[in-house]
Design a protein around this ligand. Sequence first.
Ligand code: COA
Length: 149
Amino acid sequence: MDIIIREMREKDLDRIMEIEESVFTTPWSREAFLLEMTRNLLAKYIVAEIDNKIIGYGGIWLIIDEGHITNIAVDEEYRGLGAGKRLIEGLINLCSDRGIRAMTLEVRKSNLIAQRLYEQYGFIKSGIRPRYYSDDNEDAVIMWKSIEV
Ligand SMILES: CC(C)(COP(=O)(O)OP(=O)(O)OC[C@H]1O[C@@H](n2cnc3c(N)ncnc32)[C@H](O)[C@@H]1OP(=O)(O)O)[C@@H](O)C(=O)NCCC(=O)NCCS
């Protein structure tokens, strides 16, 4: 099955919210996504599709010379098919196209699946933000990646 990566559009938001609410304990609101897409000039959001159905999405803030991944999620029914990798590659490409050479993200300490995915793309654990997640006070692992020219 072909996975297509494309920019997120406003009309995608119903499906994005369906995934967001099923995946995260403290999901972003629809308004938060809308503001990111329409007002935040630093933000870029992409979706992964199979057969015209959105199965995942990811976002990044492009801040001068740094890319900060804000979120990445794949519908549980479509995991393990490579969509997570395609989304990370899409976000890395957005950075490299702009000459950005460093990327960072936070990930829950217990989220070993996501950490493993990021490590495959050269993200390295470089610190802890203690009690970063307000719902359960879990620590965040900070990861950084440098992009080779
Ligand atoms: C993390 C996530 C995006 C991965 O999406 P996915 O489409 O299943 O990922 P892929 O199929 O591209 O797999 C990529 C890699 O993830 C890791 N991975 C995926 N599923 C895994 C599993 N069940 N066990 C261990 N590692 C796993 C592996 O490193 C895998 O690479 P490999 O197949 O070469 O071993 C997805 O699990 C998800 O949405 N999780 C919930 C939201 C989340 O945690 N987001 C990250 C917040 S920082």
